[in-house]
Ligand binder design. Structure first.
Ligand SMILES: [Zn+2]
Length: 456
């Protein structure tokens, strides 16, 4: 829509503007009835500082859907709260004139057509949350994508390539496993039918839940292959804040290895069973925790290792534990070091089982190789941070993200904004407004660069 105020406000754009006379009101002066279609290069100096309320307001509004008493948010994947959040985002997409398509795993794509049928530029993230999460994780990336659409619309810019804002299903994996499911299935890394059969801990079926909330779409997973995928996300760690840096140009993502260990010994009387005659699953669990912690310290940074779950049975004060279930999370950006860590764990478990006369079984729950993002995209992110006068650094992501899965099918990269105190997956998750806007500005300009890109 032509707006005189807008045209005045951005009078500097007029030098590059093409004027098209509109004939439906021939009596009105043609000087006031024009549609101008500037090229995207006229938005080189555009940023979101003066229009920050729209993005910040939507972050708050989406954060109010599924709000918890602790001022956090709970929109577990494919619950009614997730549906309400999806509906909110889809209505914004439609308001902004996007064509909305839903694929078979429930991923949402809002498409803004380009002048050509070239492969689109895609950005996005997820809006599902953990049990009591913050309002930024995932949501920032989706809503910043919508904001880019609205800037393009405000200036009536036609882009060379189409632009797509994606919302991926079940990134968190808090209700259905595996995590990052929507993007993983989309990228062909996980079977669609297996994913649809996933069952929650309370017995619900993923495919049925998709239908119930109205997001069992028809589009084939992987139907749109972008020329580039960019994801803006909060860091969820302390590095940027500690170093006083505003923008993370994420060049890699560490490999993740999850193992579940089950130790079966013999439950017995705590008073009458001599130490030498025990099959103590609890003592083994304790040794395993200590081993895993020391393993990461011995390997050194950036190796990390975590035991997040220990369940003993029967879990009674005067009974030697008969069984134990322990989960181990190992991460490293170097695949060979991560593999060594896994092998060392295996050797330790074998020795532990023999020494304590217990049976130890392991299940590999998750194994994702480290990801190297596309160097050209990372350099473009750096270039735009530099041009916008923002401090930046290259970094590795400690957490898994949808961009990791998209990197299987197209050049991908991520932009991080600082997390206050490094806190995430917690109602206290926060980022300064200025940092959110700075990150969104880098995304905006990087997307603009790519939208005008010619195939080469
Ligand atoms: Zn996330």
């Amino acid at each position: 829509m032509y707006s005189p105020a807008l045209l005045e406000e951005h009078a500097s754009l007029l030098t590059d503007v093409q004027y098209i006379a509109v004939s439906d009101h021939p009596i009105e002066s043609t000087t006031h009835r024009i549609i101008y279609r500037p090229g995207i290069d006229t938005l080189k100096n555009e940023n979101l500082e003066s229009r920050a309320e729209r993005l910040l307001g939507r972050i708050q509004e989406l954060g109010s859907v599924g709000a918890t008493a602790e001022a956090g948010v709970r929109r577990l994947a494919l619950t009614s709260e997730d549906r309400d959040g999806r509906n909110r985002v889809v209505s914004w997409m439609k308001q902004s004139g996007l064509e909305v398509r839903i694929d078979q795993i429930g991923n949402i794509f809002g498409i803004r057509a380009g002048k050509s049928d070239l492969a689109p530029v895609m950005t996005g993230s997820h809006i599902d949350t953990v049990y009591n999460g913050g309002i930024l994780d995932g949501n920032l990336g989706v809503l910043a994508g919508l904001e880019i659409v609205d800037v393009l619309n405000d200036f009536e810019v036609e882009t060379n390539r189409p632009f797509v804002v994606a919302v991926f299903t079940n990134e968190e994996g808090a209700r259905f496993q595996p995590d990052m499911m929507g993007s993983l299935v989309y990228a062909g890394g996980y079977d669609l039918d297996t994913a649809l059969q996933a069952t929650s801990s309370s017995g619900e079926n993923l495919g049925e839940e998709l239908k119930r909330i109205g997001y069992a779409g028809k589009m084939k997973c992987g139907a749109i292959i972008p020329c580039a995928f960019l994801e803006l996300h909060i860091e969820q760690g302390p590095v940027l804040e500690a170093q006083g840096i505003t923008v993370g140009a994420v060049e890699s993502l560490q490999g993740i290895s999850w193992t579940e260990v089950t130790i079966t010994g013999q439950a017995n009387h705590a008073g009458t069973t001599p130490m030498s005659m025990r099959k103590d699953a609890g003592a083994c669990a304790g040794k395993l925790v200590a081993f895993v912690h020391q393993l990461a310290i011995d390997i050194g940074d950036p190796q990390v290792a975590t035991v997040g779950v220990i369940e003993l049975k029967p879990n009674i004060i005067n009974v030697v534990p008969g069984s134990a279930r322990i989960t181990i999370d190992l991460r490293n950006p170097d695949n060979s070091i991560l593999t060594d860590a896994e092998n060392n764990l295996e050797i330790f478990l074998q020795e532990l089982g023999e020494k304590h006369d217990v049976i130890i079984a392991t299940t590999r729950l998750v194994r994702f190789d480290p990801v190297q993002f596309d160097d050209r995209l990372v350099a473009l992110v750096e270039k735009n941070a530099e041009r916008l006068g923002l401090s930046y650094r290259r970094m590795t992501s400690g957490a898994g993200h949808d961009a990791q899965m998209m990197s299987r099918i197209c050049p991908s990269a991520m932009i991080f904004t600082p997390s206050i105190n490094g806190i995430s997956h917690n109602p206290a998750e926060a980022t300064d407004d200025a940092d959110l806007i700075a990150g969104a500005n880098v995304l905006l300009q990087t997307v603009f660069d790519l939208l005008d890109d010619q195939p080469g």
